[in-house]
Ligand binder design. Sequence first.
Ligand code: AR6
Length: 199
Amino acid sequence: MKKILREKKDPKGGKMKVTIHRSVLEIVQGDITQQDTEAIGNAANSRLAGGGGVDGAIHRAGGPEIMAELKARYQQGCPTGSAVITGGGKLKAKYVIHAVGPIYSGSPKDAQLLSSAYRKSLELCREYRISSISFPSISTGAYGYPVQEASRIALKTVIDYLKDHPEVKLVRFVLFDSKTFEVYKESLKELTAPSRELP
Ligand code: AR6
């Protein structure tokens, strides 16, 4: 099957959007709790215990029912590199997918686990027939993953998935700070440069 990568640049530079096969991949700077995609991703910990960063922001904005559902459905927590799903509580998004990225250690396993956290989240989209999801930059805050490396892994995992799964129509990365946003933008440019286009 022919895979097409087409790049569209936003003239204002605050957003970047590419087409991957039949889906859209975009990166924006913003707050993930405000997104209107069907699902939003959370950067959770393996105990699913809540915390700071994006996890704290999602639980604050979504209200206590998200934590109540996590406690009721996933008493064992969630292994690193995997993801679980709950409703979105008071959020605009109908679902929250709680993905657990690795604490950065510098070992080759980090990349596998980070990629797997995104991939498992996308597989949950498929299972729940979710056609749009926003992701934060998993593991690059408290968990210390270098943003450039993490951005390449995150974007490549999503691009590879979308090539085979057009039922996920929109994946949006929502980066909180301008530095992280700029790094993701550069990585997306590299990954979708014409020389990388598949025949
Ligand atoms: N919208 C989008 N991105 C955000 C938001 C927001 N509202 N708030 C923060 N970020 P982190 P991790 C960015 O630390 O590294 C928690 O305590 C943030 O700037 O949230 O995977 C969990 O419970 C950074 O770029 O997640 C875990 O214990 C990115 O989200 C642990 O932290 C991820 O930073 C997980 O650490």
